[in-house]
Design a protein around this ligand. Structure first.
Ligand code: KG4
Ligand code: ZN
Length: 338
């Protein structure tokens, strides 16, 4: 089966072709560098860029896969969550293609796609814990099966990637900031012990995160100008990684799982990968770098799994949404299919 995947939930326009027999045949990503001028994603500009980039990206994805639309069996698209003005560009395109070419339309949840990106490398046994860390999301999800998700916790304020981007901006680095901090931190050492927010919490925030206080503490320290950029980057990054891993390991204990999938843009972080390699009794999985940040290959693959399950798509009335937690998505689909 051949699935065309479409991703436009934030500032990357991506189209991919996945073949269930041969794997990913193409995965074209056009990143909107224009946001570097602002140090953050401007929704209206993102939407305009998607509109401009979509057709060239689609054309290249089909050419790279050496096929045309008629060879595709279904069209999968990220419907939620994300910037609504960005999402609707991809969703409108997916609906148009599905309608014109008479192919089933398969909705995909963005967080789900990040998690299942890992399966493009290797199938992972259920249950497992997913730590989803990206520019827009920080979540811990227990994945009992495909479409059987338990939300364990998430950020109460800023997403972890967003904090990397804001600290990078305060340090005068480029955008997105994660990769710049990652590289800079390799030359620094932990000279300041920044707070590990909500670590050790016993109550309802046990598996939740809160990064805005840490962000403010780091930015204040940068303004004082005492320590080098390298040392600030290393100190900040250590605080983030220690917090993420402590909560993840606590959740493994609580839910009795020994497999953890790390997904989303921040899973590309080299220090995070180094730290998990030191943890022996838990098996960690993370995708290759090109599948960490937003891409349509993960959408096409998740769409393929969905089509195998339902044997049909949704009609054109299925709508994009800015927000919907991953654990609520399967019920939305079931309601729609019933
Ligand atoms: O998954 P993604 O492409 O988009 C969202 O769904 O949000 O994640 C983008 C985020 C950005 O905040 C970026 O700074 C961060 O992932 N990122 C990293 C690294 N590479 C990308 N953060 C830390 N270290 C990295 N190496
Ligand atoms: Zn993402």
């Amino acid at each position: 089966m051949i699935v065309l995947g479409i991703e436009s939930s934030c500032d990357d326009t991506s189209v991919a072709v996945y073949d269930s027999e041969r794997g990913v045949l193409s995965n074209v990503v056009s990143s909107q560098l224009i946001h570097a001028n602002f140090g953050g994603v401007y929704p209206e500009i993102a939407a305009r860029e998607h509109t401009k980039n979509f057709l060239p990206v689609l054309d290249k994805a089909l050419k790279d896969a050496k096929m045309s639309l008629k060879d595709v069996d279904a069209v999968a698209c990220t419907f939620m969550p994300g910037l609504i003005v960005s999402l609707v560009v991809g969703v409108s395109a997916a609906k148009s293609l599905s309608f014109a070419a008479e192919k089933p339309l398969i909705p995909v949840h963005h967080i789900e796609a990040h998690i299942f990106a890992n399966f493009l490398v290797k199938e992972i046994e259920y249950p497992f814990l997913a730590l989803v860390v990206s520019g827009g999301h920080t979540e811990l999800v227990l994945v009992k099966d495909f479409e059987d998700y338990v939300y364990i916790g998430g950020t109460l304020d800023d997403a972890v990637g967003e904090v990397f981007d804001k600290v990078a901006r305060a340090l005068d680095l480029g955008f997105p900031g994660g990769p710049f901090i990652d590289r800079l931190a390799q030359q620094g050492k932990e000279v300041i012990k920044f707070p590990r927010p909500l670590v050790g919490e016993k109550g309802e925030n046990r598996f939740n995160f809160s990064f805005s206080g840490l962000k403010t503490a780091v930015i204040k320290e940068i303004r004082k100008g005492i320590y080098s950029k390298e040392d600030i980057a290393a100190s900040f990054q250590n605080a983030i990684i220690e917090t993420l891993l402590k909560k993840t390991l606590d959740a493994c204990n609580e839910f009795n799982v020994n497999r953890v999938v790390i997904a989303g843009g921040v899973s590309a972080n080299s220090k995070l990968r180094e730290e998990v390699s030191k943890i022996k009794d838990i098996e960690f999985y993370y995708p290759p770098l090109y599948l960490c940040t937003d891409n349509a290959a993960m959408v096409a693959y998740t769409g393929y799994k969905r089509f195998v399950k339902y044997g049909k798509g949704v009609d054109l009335s299925f709508e994009a949404k800015a927000r919907l937690r991953i654990d609520k998505f399967p019920q939305l689909l079931r309601d729609f299919h019933s």
